[in-house]
Design a protein around this ligand. Structure first.
Ligand code: GLU
Length: 467
């Protein structure tokens, strides 16, 4: 049977890291088996669902390259179908109308809690309801005998006694289906073969199995994937910093780094850390997902991102860097092409935002020299050699890195000083800081005019210091 998986987010917020990992596992399982990946938006909670959230989720999936074959389906557009399904359950006696008032249910619950019992519906309307004035909810008639067995692909066999489950509401008094009901109808209609989702839904599974059977459906396979923790061992949340996938995009991570890290949250293949998309598709095995919680590790993500930045095509890096520079309010027009800057800086940056922050001096004059670099390198002894170098650079027939390197080497030699004694003051003079790519590449990118103007400014600084 063809594999069909679905990702079924509730659009009440961003696509967070945990949701993205679930989506990835669903997508990988479908791709691995040549099956279909379905996207379903679970938006029956009208108060909490928003259009921005739907857009954010689609945006995040697109950025990660998790393309879906069917959908997005919206539950809010399928209400007639849930109504028909609940009618059939009422007709077969598998569901019943419940007229219990909110007050009665609250009293029931409070009493159970006071007696330290598990709160549950007592089944008052199960055998013959007394119609009340208010519209009824519709409850499922959960079998009271026997047990339900779930052979979870991740958690193994889980057995639940049916008398531990109460008669859950399928359709609320306001006519809206509950999560457990709409999910089952959809999984059935969409012929889902593998339900892969977060393990916060594990307790819903036996309930869903009962409803599915009552509707005459075949059981899918279930895989509940473990939750994601922050490095401190607590459930990943806003306290740990960014949790939405698109905020990582905005912070300058490449999607392949994110995808790679997400895949390793709970799944592994030997001790391999780097996986291309193709390798993930070829190797992913939902049955090999670990049942223990996984940790989201920003350092690991940074490491992966450095790897992918080094491996990435320079044009693409340049585009991404250009967006980051624009985000910093820098105008790249008139400066070096971002792709060339990316080429020069790619060995050093963990993120494209870091790269952008390290390349400001290519596009804008800096206000001040870094104080400690200036104290160390813009000293009176550097004045004369820097001045000679300025003259040599002004004369260079062509402004290329090799010509610049020759001019610096020649000047150092004539001045009888080591290359570093000239190169470091030069670097501080032109970039304002003590660290940059090799000075020949840096100067070539900064451009002649800016370089000479900055050397003049550094020479003034040195003179003022000597005076
Ligand atoms: N809409 C549910 C959620 O966002 C997912 C339901 C499911 O995968 O069964 O948690």
């Amino acid at each position: 049977m063809a594999v069909r998986t679905r990702f079924a987010p509730s659009p009440t917020g961003f696509l967070h890291v945990g949701g993205a990992r679930t989506a990835l596992f669903c997508w990988l399982h479908a791709r691995r088996h040549g099956g279909q990946f379905i996207l379903r938006i679970e938006d029956t909670d009208r108060e909490r669902s928003t259009r921005e959230s739907v857009e954010g989720i689609l945006d995040g999936l697109a950025w990660l390259g998790l393309d879906w074959d069917e959908g997005p389906f919206h539950q809010s557009e399928r209400l007639a179908r849930y109504e028909a399904a609940v009618e059939s359950l009422l007709a077969s006696g598998r569901a019943y109308r419940c007229y219990c008032s909110k007050e009665r249910l609250e009293r029931l619950r409070a009493g159970q809690l006071a007696r330290r019992e598990k709160p549950r519906y007592d089944g008052r309307c199960r055998d013959g309801a007394r119609p009340g004035a208010d519209p009824p909810a519709i409850r499922f008639r959960t079998p009271r005998e026997g047990e339900t067995v779930v052979d979870d692909l991740v958690r193994g066999r889980v057995v639940i006694r049916n008398d531990e489950l109460d008669d859950l509401v399928l359709v609320r008094a306001d006519g809206f289906p509950t999560y457990n009901f709409s999910v089952v109808v959809d999984d059935l209609d969409m012929a889902v073969t593998h339900v892969i989702r977060g393990d916060d839904h594990v307790n819903n599974t036996p309930r869903q199995i009962h409803i599915l059977r009552a509707l005459g459906g075949e059981l899918p396979a279930y895989a509940h994937v473990p939750m994601i923790l922050g490095r401190d061992g607590q459930r990943l949340s806003k306290r740990h910093g960014a949790v939405s996938v698109t905020s990582y995009r905005d912070a300058g991570y490449l999607p392949e780094a994110m995808l790679n890290h997400l895949a390793r949250l709970g799944w592994s293949h030997g001790d391999q850390e780097i996986f291309s998309r193709g390798e993930l598709v070829a190797l992913f095995d939902i049955g090999a997902v670990n049942r223990a919680a996984a940790s989201f590790d920003t350092e690991k993500l940074d490491w992966l991102n450095r790897h992918y930045i080094k491996a990435s095509g320079v044009e693409r890096l340049g585009e991404a860097l250009g967006r980051q520079l624009a985000g910093l309010g820098l105008e790249t027009h008139g400066g070096p092409p971002p792709a060339a800057v990316a080429e020069a800086l790619r060995e050093r940056a963990s993120t494209l935002r870091q790269m952008a922050e390290a390349s400001v001096y290519f596009y804008r004059d800096f206000d001040d020299f870094d104080p400690s670099a200036a104290r160390k390198h813009l000293r009176p002894v550097a004045g004369a050699p820097l001045e000679k170098l300025r003259a040599a650079l002004a004369e260079l027939p062509a402004w290329t890195a090799p010509d610049i390197a020759d001019a610096v080497a020649g000047t150092a030699e004539r001045a009888g000083i080591g290359l570093g004694k000239l190169g470091q003051p030069l670097r501080v003079a032109v970039t304002g800081r003590g660290v940059s790519p090799p000075f020949d590449v840096t100067l070539a990118l900064v451009g002649r005019e800016r370089t000479l103007a900055r050397l003049d400014r550094a020479l003034d600084f040195i003179r003022a210091r000597a005076a």
